[in-house]
Design a protein around this ligand. Structure first.
Ligand code: ZN
Length: 310
């Protein structure tokens, strides 16, 4: 029993219009779902992904205008990395420079070429040469050509407050393979995902907020695997959210000992379950249990800017 790769990363924005502009027009991702936070329907929940919203390609944002800036530190995700073709890095560096996001070229833990940068609210991101590693992503080529487009999430770096315990959760509970004590991988080929856990150096606990990550979700195949994980996690004394039907996928949340909120999420039913793939993300999508409150929910949301594809 093991998770297979990253399902999505959910982060916080206090400037949703700017966020929409950046993730679609600069990073070239597709807004595949415009919904609301199911636990706080006054807030947008935006999902950026590949052309069809494949699991493992998805970075999502809660729109919390009153959130203060995140203070970086421990007990959170320190970096989210996306896969790109190696030959696209020069073009990306120029594009990110022009957008003013301070791109820096270096090598990552596995000696892969990468560019680290920040979104306009300081969200820590990287594009990594995935050396053609297979995956299921269907690149969205309306903004960035498919030869350069982001091909999903490669992984996350966890700034754990208790790295040894976080490493044990990854290997013993979630089935990650320990590569070298710092890198942990899951799946193979098209479901490859990577988590990096370093030892902390004199840092305090992060203060969550805009520009930071809220949680990371790992992929599980189906409900049976989700429920098996639930039993195992709870039998070890962790409190969990219990099984939650998010409509687009089914979930379980728990906080790992290093302070980071983990989610396990099923690959299906998927984002196309209530919208035509051709028009994904264009209208406000609500799961059936919120549909009855649509008028009230829409009245409470501020309109999003209409973007022209550059
Ligand atoms: Zn989530």
């Amino acid at each position: 029993m093991a998770v297979h790769g990253i399902h999505h990363v959910t982060a916080v924005t206090a400037h949703v219009g700017q966020n929409l502009e950046f993730y679609t027009n600069v990073l070239g991702l597709r807004l595949v779902k415009k919904s609301v936070n199911q636990d706080d329907t006054s807030a947008y929940h935006l999902f950026y992904a590949d052309a069809v919203g494949s699991p493992g390609t998805d970075m999502t944002f809660f729109d919390w205008p009153m959130a203060g800036e995140e203070q970086p530190g421990l007990a959170t995700v320190g970096l989210t990395t996306f896969r790109v073709p190696g030959e696209s890095l020069d073009a990306w560096e120029a594009r990110l420079k022009e957008a003013g996001c301070g791109p820096v070229r270096d090598l990552d833990e596995a000696d892969r070429h990468r560019i680290t940068f920040a979104d306009p609210e300081g969200q820590r991101l990287a594009l990594v040469d995935d050396s053609g590693l297979a995956n299921d992503a269907k690149a969205w080529d309306k903004v960035v050509p498919s030869s350069q487009a982001i091909r999903g999430i490669l992984g996350v770096h966890l700034d754990s407050a208790r790295p040894d315990m976080t490493r044990r959760v990854l290997t013993e509970l979630l089935g990650f393979e320990d590569v070298d004590g710092v890198r942990f991988t899951t799946g193979s080929d098209n479901t490859f995902g990577e988590v990096v856990v370093r030892d902390p150096i004199g840092r305090g606990i992060a203060r969550p907020g805009a520009g930071g990550v809220h949680h990371v979700a790992f992929r599980v195949k189906d409900d049976q695997s989700l429920l098996e994980h639930k039993d195992k996690i709870e039998s070890l004394g962790f409190r969990t959210s219990g099984y939650i039907d998010r409509f687009y996928f089914h979930s379980l949340y728990f906080r790992e000992p290093g302070g980071i909120l983990f989610e396990l999420a099923t690959d299906g039913p998927g984002f196309a379950s209530d919208e035509d793939p051709a028009t994904l993300g264009e209208k406000l999508a609500l799961p059936p249990f919120l549909e009855g409150q649509r008028a009230q929910i829409e009245a409470n949301l501020k309109p999003l800017p209409t973007l022209k594809v550059k």
